[in-house]
Design a protein around this ligand. Structure first.
Ligand SMILES: [Zn+2]
Ligand SMILES: [Zn+2]
Length: 361
């Protein structure tokens, strides 16, 4: 089959590799679409402690089951499914209690330590199948639309941790792909006011035009804090989601959250520079809650597919760029330039076929 193999940082080649062989309790999937994630870009440009090279990366996968192992029940050949990178062992205290995303014995995760979706076929590791990360695609979603589910599932996880609900004012810092999904998801969960902030105007404009937050603030620091307080009767937001890899955003989040509010550190910081200086007295006196978010759960992937199929989160508003597998390098360059909201790679399609999808919208 054809695959994009990342050999080391910033070195990938599209080449022929052997087809993956079905292992017991897994299945072989023909990859029809694989979206590019911010973490794929990080693996490719900086490396990631969870990823090893050479590696076929990519974990926002949608495709068709072409073969199942005799030990595996519940899937049939021809079925359309998504694959997400669940890494739970299935046995530890966290996995047993529905929190496999914080598993203490992480297993090979798709696109990190096992082969991912920038290839024509994938056979996911057994734990990924067993833990519910291979899920049927609702009939009304195309493969590319379904490939939006993995990022949305991560956002659902973040908003569950921050308890976003009915009547909340939610501030999202960062207007990248995750920030954009957080806007629509917060509304779907009943937030009454959604604010978004971003350091640079270009991404903020793209997010505001497509997703219509109640207010969009460009900038950071004291000026941003003042604008958010003015917009929230001086109280701050009930929930602040930090979807930007920024120390300053993390530090200011506490100044913009309301008493008894919740702050979710959705985006991670670079691993060699991850110390922020938080004014912890704010947490003390406001009694606010500070939480993180890491990956997602199988049930959150199924919920993401449902929200996409009901168009509560509108998949077509995110897909801005499409590429063939041969254009792997171009896809990553476009994501790195922040030209895209979401870029999708189609391992079987020709350039002409991809242009046809764009035209038929
Ligand atoms: Zn992802
Ligand atoms: Zn576990």
């Amino acid at each position: 089959m054809k695959a994009a193999v990342v050999e080391k940082i910033r070195a990938a080649k599209v080449t022929e590799v052997p087809d993956p062989v079905v292992i017991p309790a897994s299945l072989k999937i023909k990859v029809e679409a694989c979206a590019v994630c911010g973490s794929d870009l990080r693996i490719f440009t900086k490396g990631d402690p969870r990823a090893t090279f050479p590696r076929i990366i990519g974990h926002e996968i949608a495709g068709t089951v072409v073969e199942t192992s005799p030990e595996l029940a519940g899937y049939r050949v021809g079925e359309r499914v998504t694959v997400a990178p669940g890494h739970g062992c299935g046995k530890c205290k966290y996995c047993r209690n529905g929190m496999g995303n914080v598993c203490i014995h992480p297993r090979p995760s798709v696109g990190y330590a096992s082969s991912g979706g920038f290839a024509q076929y994938i056979v996911p590791p057994v734990n990924v199948v067993a833990n519910g990360f291979v899920n049927p695609i609702p009939d009304n979603l195309t493969f590319e639309q379904a490939s939006m589910a993995e990022l949305l599932a991560c956002c659902i996880n973040g908003q569950e941790r921050a308890q976003v609900g009915e009547g909340d004012t939610v501030l999202i810092i960062g207007a990248g792909p995750a920030g954009c999904m957080h806007i629509q998801l917060a509304r779907a969960r009943g937030a009454s006011k959604v604010l978004v902030a971003n350091r640079s105007p270009r991404r903020l404009r793209m997010a505001a035009e497509r997703f219509h937050p109640d207010a969009a603030f460009c900038g950071e620091g004291d000026a941003l804090v003042q604008k958010v307080l003015a917009e929230t009767d001086g109280l701050g937001a009930d929930v602040v989601i930090v979807a930007a890899p920024s120390h300053e955003a993390q530090e200011n989040a506490l100044r913009m959250v309301a008493p008894r509010g919740r702050v979710n550190l959705f985006g991670g910081l670079p691993k060699d520079n991850c110390i922020s200086h938080l004014e912890t007295n704010i947490i003390h006196y406001k009694e606010c809650m500070l939480t993180g978010a890491s990956s997602s759960l199988g049930r959150q992937n199924r919920e993401a597919l449902r929200l996409l199929s009901e168009n509560k989160v509108e998949p077509m508003k995110y897909i801005t760029h499409r590429f063939t597998l041969d254009e792997f390098g171009d896809a990553f360059a476009a994501v790195e330039r922040h030209d895209t909201i979401k870029a999708v790679v189609f391992p079987w399609k020709t350039k002409r076929e991809i242009l046809e999808i764009g035209k038929s919208e």
